[in-house]
Design a protein around this ligand. Sequence first.
Ligand code: COA
Length: 254
Amino acid sequence: MSEHVSIEDTAGGVRLIRLARPEKKNALTGAMYDTMRTSLEQADASGDVGAIVFAGAPGMFTAGNDISDFVVGAAKPFTEAPALHFIRQLARTKTPMVAAVDGIAVGIGTTLTLHCDLVYASPAARFRMPFVELGLVPEAASSYLLPRRVGLLKATELLLLSQPFDADEALRLGLLNAIVPSEMLLDHALAKAATLAALPRGALQASRTLIRGDQAAVEAALEAEAVAFEARLRAPEAQAAFMSFLSRSRTAAS
Ligand code: COA
């Protein structure tokens, strides 16, 4: 269990997975991925959890993968990376998932929402997928899911140019259900999750499977991305990008 992820089950059958590493803008470590993956597995296995909500803290959903872990992780097979195990589980989770995005949502902070059944954000939400800028490739099946959601040209802007976008644009692109004031966001997401959790489970899951379409294609995409991601992690241009970010942080601190 990571101390930076809190898991709370409500009486209405909703599991709240909340990121809590504010000093690093909720950047995700291996332990945080492992805690979230285990929680998703348990939710599917348990008869008690009818829906899951992902949330961060006010002003920060997550700054994405911890960049120090990218540096360390490059020496190890990516197939063993907690991030990949989490992504695989995210794609196969049967329990409906809801995201409540307030503030920054970088990298997997954005791509995670593509797997959620309902997505809500505050007006302060800022999305960005800077994979290519970091010398990497898209992950979490975003190379497959995003063009299907927003069209190829827009996906190219967001994934190749790492173009940031705000809540209004996310809503316009069909990546959000609604924009909700920050102070009401979590309650709103929890209420929607409770509505999902109260529906007949079998019908909900069967309908969800139909709506989501080709599961095998999603899983094939994330595996293909993982092969490319592993190669990119080791590339000098990626390592240089990671060091540039990390040295910027150190310089700012000194
Ligand atoms: N990995 C590791 N540390 C991170 C991080 C990340 N993804 N994102 C933020 N942090 C750390 C910073 O290094 C800093 O640490 P320090 O106080 O020890 O120096 C702290 O969190 C605060 O971040 P800071 O950059 O000062 O906050 P900001 O509000 O100015 O900017 C972001 C926030 C998210 C825009 C910026 O931190 C950022 O671009 N982070 C990297 C995002 C990223 O590329 N993620 C990987 C996607 S694949």
